[in-house]
Design a protein around this ligand. Structure first.
Ligand SMILES: [Zn+2]
Length: 155
């Protein structure tokens, strides 16, 4: 049995392609509405909690922006349990310092016109927007679908 990620990597099938195009069209209009009020990003080292709220609010804004530009997204890796530190998984950051363990990073699968966009450069428009609202884009270190909020020097 093939997993969903393996299927995505082999190219989305026709039904999924139609669904992605329809979802993109339906949601595009919402991108034009008023941006949400983002909580401030904490400026000095504090407990994680304020960062997690600031991060989640920015991910909402990033997804809204993506749809306003004709993209569709799904979640790939979001928060990862600490038990997974050291787990082997190809293409996935398993270093103990990964912000995925802290709820401060998300990897997004990106689609446009029914196509699954897998290259770092494909994420540039979103990545630069993400940086403009205080985020850290993985495209700066060859990890284009990684969106995080820097914490304690980690990205
Ligand atoms: Zn990541």
């Amino acid at each position: 049995m093939m997993g969903i990620l393996a299927e995505l990597k082999q190219g989305i099938n026709k039904e999924m392609e139609k669904a992605v195009v329809a979802a993109t069209k339906e949601l595009n209009g919402h991108g034009q509405s008023k941006p949400i009020d983002l909580p401030p990003i904490p400026t000095k080292l504090m407990p994680l909690n304020p960062w997690q709220f600031a991060f989640a609010a920015r991910v909402a804004e990033l997804i809204r922006f993506a749809y306003s530009r004709g993209y569709a997204v799904t979640f790939a890796e979001a928060r990862v349990p600490k038990e997974c530190i050291g787990c082997a998984k190809v293409g996935t950051n398993r270093r103990a310092t990964s912000l995925h363990f802290d709820g401060l990073a998300i990897d997004l699968n990106l689609f446009k016109d029914g196509k699954f966009l897998q290259n770092t450069e494909d994420h540039r428009e979103l990545g630069e927007y993400w940086e403009s609202i205080g985020g850290c884009w993985g495209g700066r270190f060859n990890d284009g679908n990684h969106y995080s909020l820097e914490y304690a020097g980690r990205k």
